[in-house]
Design a protein around this ligand. Sequence first.
Ligand code: F6R
Length: 248
Amino acid sequence: MLGKGDKMRLIITDDFQEMSLRAARIVAGQVELKPDSNLGLPTGSTPLGLYDYLIKFHKEENLSFAKTSSFNLDEYYGLGQNHPKSFYQFMKENFFQEVDLPQENINFLQGRAEDVEKECYRFENKIASSGGIDLMILGIGRNGHIGFNEPGEELKSHTHLADLAPETIKANQKFFDSEEEVPRQALTMGMGTILKSRQILLMASGKSKSWAVKELMKKRVTTEFPASFLRVHPRVILLIDQEAADRI
Ligand code: F6R
C-alpha cells in the first residue's frame, strides 16, 4: 500500500472486468462533467474492457462523446491509417465506430508522415492549442514503458519517434502474425506530453504486469523505469486488478 503523502491513488479490483468497469465509470464521469473533455487514449489489451463498457454506456445510457476530443498516445511508424494493424484501425474497430465521437475530433499521429519531426510538432501543438489533455488513460509495459517511452539512459519530453525495446516487440507480437511483422519504431507522446495531462488513469491487469506494478510502488524516479515519472504528477489513479497487485 502507498505511504503517507503519496499522491498516487491505488485501487485494486478483483479482476479485469471490474477494473474495466471502474475505469469506464471514471471516464464517463469525466465526460459527463465536462462534455468537451480532451481524452488521451491508449491501445493494447488493457483498455479493451474499458472501451466495451464505454460503448455499452453510450448505447444503453446515452453517454455522449459528441463534444469530446481524443488524442491517441502513439502510432506505429510506417503504418498508414488504413493498415489493418495500425493503432488507428484498432481504435476504429474497438471504440470509435461504436460511439458518437465526431471524426474531426479524433487526433492521431500519422505513422506515414513524410516529415516525422514536423508531424510530432503538429501533434504536440494540437494538444496544446486544444487546451491540453483532461484525462490521460494509460496502460503499462511489462518493462515499465508508458506510450513507447522505453527504459534507457534518457527519456524524451515531447512527441517523438521511438525505437521499441526488444521485449515490447515480443509483447506486441500478439496483435501480428509473427514477431518479424511488428514495426520496430513508433511515434509516441513524450513523458512531458503525458505529464502535462490534468489527470492520469493508469490501468494494469494480469500477472505479467505484477513486476511493473511492484516497481511503480518504489519511491524513486528513474529513466530506467519510465512509469516512475508518474510519481511526480499530482493526480494519478492506479487502477489494477488482483493479479497485477500480486507482488505488492
Ligand atoms: C499503447 C501503448 C502501450 C501499452 C502497453 C501495454 O497505446 O502506448 O504503452 O499501453 O504496452 O500494452 P497491453 O495493454 O497490450 O499490455
